[in-house]
Design a protein around this ligand. Structure first.
Ligand code: ZN
Length: 499
């Protein structure tokens, strides 16, 4: 290995370890930190984030990347060439954002977050609107610094899903919309065909937790390199592939919520645990993008966890965790209950099909906000009109409408579309995995996931960030991210259920 590459890797490892420390502090804040710790923790995080930004955008880093670029050669996807390419991309992006803007963005989020919590409790968007307007302006400023070819929103999308553009999202979403909107409407007329009365019981949270742990172990989530804790909102955080943690929350009144969020976060965690150990602390030991991450969680949660085969194996086991409570429920009833389509106001409580509609709405509003076509004051009216148009329902208040998501309060604009990208990719990956290994569906019926995980490890996880989303899709199926596998999956599943 050349001298410059060697020194570049040392520098990158320092930056990477600093980011791991930031992640540990963030995990602690969301799980065990007492309330009083908020202010000093925010200061600690701001200090370390500023330091990480300085290190990454320093002249030293620039010089080492440039030197290594001259030194390494050969195959485009080799470790050394890929490493420098990924580092260059990250550096070029970060260096365009002035330190002062980074600080202003970091300062506004804790304030916006606490205003959002209050506004949501009062169900009053007007309280949140001024700070949201500031966030939108900061995001516009950030987009101008980053630069874009066509739409200002492109620059923000690129932060979460590199190379994704507004035009492409519009095209993908339109293709989905013409099928999903009428399908959801048809189903709404037949909603009585699914009975879920058996879910209206109290389910011991200790038993829910025990069952979730069993499923996680079957999925091969490695507890020697991870743990599960409780938090207000379920999440996954990774310090390195050696320590990937998930959280969940339980409610006695809801058997399904914790279970599916455990499988979802488990899917995220398997990706992070499967990143290449021999490349730890290099630019390649990270996930490709949010969309690819979401493809992993959704593949496990929806395609595997909400399948007939999965419940063929797990329903008899679940019944033993809740003696006497689910005796009269058969497999088909349970399958239908976990896949019930409901026109709901709240995104995170929505089903697999209508979930996409919630995202289309947010994308359309964000895109117009960043383009300057609409302003924050227009949001409640726009929001409600779009819910009426796409879902046929009108939120009764702001709390159940435009105040429900934390993303904007976090300063994240351009994030939402990655959820649908994850859906699209999950179906494409699963289809290819079954093509390569036709026994997969049979194995899922037996609660065996070794082959599925090996396939994901080989084709996705172990590749780290060597590929972009487009390159990954091309490496696996030889094409772009197509809509067809996902639409095929959705229409087959829900036509069959509600025919
Ligand atoms: Zn997720």
């Amino acid at each position: 290995m050349g001298l410059m590459l060697e020194r570049f890797k040392e520098q990158w490892a320092r930056i990477s370890r600093l980011e791991q420390i930031i992640a540990v502090l963030g995990w602690d804040m969301e799980t065990y930190m007492p309330e009083g710790g908020v202010k000093p923790r925010a200061d600690q995080l701001a200090l370390l984030s500023d330091l990480a930004h300085q290190w990454l955008t320093s002249e030293e880093t620039a010089r080492l990347i440039e030197g290594a670029e001259k030194e390494v050669g050969g195959d485009y996807f080799s470790d050394a060439v890929s490493m420098i390419r990924v580092a260059r991309r990250a550096y070029d992006k970060k260096v365009k954002i002035p330190r002062d803007l980074v600080a202003r963005l970091a300062r506004i989020t804790p304030r916006a977050n606490s205003i959002w919590i209050r506004a949501r409790a009062n169900s009053d968007f007007r309280q949140f609107q001024p700070v949201l307007s500031e966030i939108i302006e900061l995001n516009k400023e950030q987009a101008e610094c980053l630069g874009y070819a066509e739409h200002r929103y492109d620059a923000l999308l690129d932060l979460y899903e590199p190379e994704l553009t507004t035009t492409r999202v519009v095209r993908l979403f339109n293709e989905l919309k013409i099928h999903i909107v009428p399908l959801a409407r048809e189903i709404a007329d037949r909603k009585d065909s699914v009975r879920t009365g058996f879910l209206n019981q109290k389910f011991s949270t200790a038993q829910q937790e025990a069952f979730g742990m069993l499923v996680l172990r079957d999925m091969h989530y490695d507890f020697t390199r991870g743990r599960q804790d409780r938090s207000a909102h379920p999440f996954t955080t990774s310090f390195s592939p050696y320590d990937v943690r998930i959280t969940t929350r339980f409610s006695e009144d809801d058997l399904l919520s914790a279970l599916f969020s455990t499988i979802h976060e488990g899917g995220h965690a398997l990706y992070d645990q499967g990143l290449p150990l021999d490349l730890v602390d290099t630019p390649l030991c990270q996930p490709i993008s949010l969309g690819v991450h979401e493809s992993q969680s959704r593949l496990w949660e929806n395609i595997v966890g909400r399948s007939r085969g999965f419940w063929k194996h797990y329903l008899p086991i679940l019944k033993t965790y809740f003696p006497g409570q689910l005796d009269s429920v058969d497999q088909e009833q349970f399958y239908r209950a976990v896949n019930q389509v409901k026109q709901s106001y709240i995104r995170v409580e929505s089903d697999e099909l209508t979930y996409n509609l919630h995202i289309f709405i947010r994308f359309e509003i964000e895109k117009d906000l960043i383009a300057g076509v609409v302003t924050a004051t227009d949001i409640p009216e726009l929001w409600n009109a779009k819910y009426h148009e796409y879902l046929g329902i009108t939120p009764p208040d702001d709390a159940q409408g435009c105040l429900q998501d934390i993303h904007w309060a976090h300063g994240s604009i351009g994030y939402f579309p990655t959820y649908v990208i994850g859906n699209l990719l999950s179906a494409q990956l699963f289809r290819k995995a079954v093509e390569d290994h036709p026994l997969l569906p049979k194995e899922i019926e037996e609660g065996r996931f070794d082959a599925l995980l090996s396939w994901l490890r080989k084709n996705v996880h172990s590749q780290g960030s060597r590929y972009t989303l487009g390159e990954l899709a091309a490496s696996i199926t030889g094409g772009d991210i197509p809509v067809a596998p996902y639409l095929g999956y959705l229409t087959e599943k829900f036509h069959d259920m509600y025919r």
